[in-house]
Design a protein around this ligand. Structure first.
Ligand code: FES
Length: 82
């Protein structure tokens, strides 16, 4: 199992995520819906195809990405502005 999974860090939470799975699905499977903040509210995926921008996340390196368009990769760290 471990070979097919990476450990993802979301703020202080760590969870296993299947290698090459869409990051949005990994977050949702772990009940994480607050990928980012905009206008003071939590955001989560809506369209699942890169249009709505509701799944925008910020990585620890400062880059932003759409979770529904990003594959799980090793050493991913996502900022949680909570
Ligand atoms: S869920 Fe709409 S852009 Fe990602």
């Amino acid at each position: 199992m471990a070979q097919n999974y990476h450990t993802i860090k979301f703020g202080t939470i760590e969870f296993p995520a299947k290698k090459d799975e869409l990051l949005l699905f990994s977050l949702m499977k772990n009940d994480i819906y607050a990928q980012g903040k905009a206008h003071g509210r939590s955001r989560g995926g809506f369209c699942g195809m890169g249009v709505c921008q509701e799944c925008l996340i910020e990585l620890e390196n400062g880059e932003t990405a759409l979770a529904c368009q990003t594959l799980v990769d090793k050493d991913m760290e996502i900022r949680d502005d909570e």
